[in-house]
Design a protein around this ligand. Structure first.
Ligand code: 5AD
Ligand code: SF4
Ligand code: FES
Length: 364
């Protein structure tokens, strides 16, 4: 007496068993999952896609995550930090083009100098744009005081991926030392909420040693943490990283991509009014990967605003798209892609997750 797709989708009971069933769906079952996710998106968040202009501020990083191309011990890249002018030029572009939101991302640096640099940038961005930009930070684990200072200077949302919610898998993909502590990461995500940020997290899909049960638990983790935003992408091997030795044990890239689509679709059905990112890593595997993610529930895209000359130095994974493009080319490209996916762009709107303002889950 097996589970049936109609019963599982109809019940909206997200037990681990049901989640694994959905992650395994193929053929007509998979089509029904995607159709339900598309319907849920239209009903709860509509067909507007919001832009978050991405500024990759610096590729300096003090950490050594085993999967990441800009990890501290990778000597094969040129390290850079944008100048204040380069940041403000990118901000001016986003402001003029009515992107309405920005993401400032970098490797993880914990120092009073770095804290002050970001505070200064936030203050100048707020001034230059008359406090009109919804600013998201993605700057790794930071202490309470730093997070508070950045919040006061204009930070509104914060992204910190848990990478995997399974502690034992987490320890396999990170060095085992105090700077890569699973517990500290969880605590920092909680701290973000306490500090008043809209909280985003996420995982990589198709990691070595990862099982469908891990992924089902990741979905339950997002729900239990009651997050406002999720960004998930396929894990993509990078030859200058320690995890590369496991490359022959990975699922084929197409399957990692397909599992990511299913994760997005299920999450949309579970957490109806959060923001879900259609990540760039989707397009590293499939030329229309980001459009496919929009069709099954994602509603956020992060067009790259990093000056072109630095883009090749911010390669977290191989085959990252948009390395040779400038902001304007990505904008035109995305306008066509989003229209193709049947959505429209919410120019001039912040597009905060409705979830943040409601603060109780629709389900459970
Ligand atoms: N493949 C896919 N995603 C990666 N990230 C880092 N390295 C990789 C990789 N090899 C993701 C992590 C991190 C985000 C900024 O980039 O999830 O949180
Ligand atoms: Fe640094 Fe983030 Fe890469 Fe880890 S994933 S090495 S913290 S940039
Ligand atoms: Fe950058 Fe298409 S989004 S080139």
């Amino acid at each position: 007496m097996g589970l049936t797709i109609d019963a599982v989708l109809g019940s909206e009971d997200f037990s681990k068993e049901n989640l694994i069933f959905l992650l395994q769906s193929q053929g007509e079952e998979r089509t029904k999952l995607f159709a339900k996710a598309a319907e849920t998106k239209r009903k709860y968040v509509g067909n507007t896609v919001y832009f978050r202009g991405l500024i990759e501020y610096s590729n300096l990083c003090t950490k050594n995550c085993y999967y990441c191309g800009i990890r501290k011990d990778n000597k094969n890249i040129d390290r850079y930090t944008l100048t204040e002018k380069e940041v403000l030029d990118a901000v001016a572009y986003a402001y003029n083009e009515k992107y309405a939101s920005l993401v400032i991302q970098s490797g993880e640096i914990n120092s009073s100098k770095f804290t002050a640099e970001i505070t200064n940038l936030l203050t100048k961005i707020s001034k230059a744009t008359h406090n009109s930009m919804g600013i998201t930070l993605s700057l790794g684990e930071q202490d309470r005081e730093t997070l508070r200072q950045w919040k006061d200077a204009g930070g509104r949302r914060y992204l910190l991926r848990i990478e995997t919610s399974d502690e034992s898998l987490y320890t396999k993909i990170h060095p085992q030392d105090t700077t890569h502590s699973f517990q500290k990461r969880i605590n920092t995500i909680k701290l973000l909420r306490e500090t008043g940020y809209q909280v985003g997290t996420g995982v990589m899909i198709g990691l070595p040693f990862q099982t469908l049960e891990h992924l089902a638990n990741d979905l339950l983790f997002f729900r239990d943490m009651d997050v406002d935003m999720v960004g998930m992408g396929p894990y993509i091997e990078h030859k200058d990283t320690p995890l590369y030795v496991h490359k022959d044990t990975l699922l084929p890239q197409k399957e990692r991509f397909d599992l990511t689509l299913k994760m997005i679709a299920i999450l949309r059905i579970m957490m109806k009014d959060i923001n879900i990112v259609s990540t760039t890593a989707m397009q590293a595997i499939d030329p229309i990967g980001r459009e496919k993610a929009l069709k099954v529930g994602a509603n956020i895209i992060m067009p790259n605003l990093t000056p072109q000359k630095y883009r090749g130095s911010y390669l977290l994974y191989q085959d990252k798209p948009c390395i040779d493009e400038e902001a304007e080319q990505c904008k035109t490209c995305l306008e066509i892609r989003i229209r193709f996916a049947g959505d429209k762009i919410g120019y001039g709107e912040w597009g905060d997750a409705k979830h943040f303002f409601r603060k109780t889950s629709v389900n459970n």
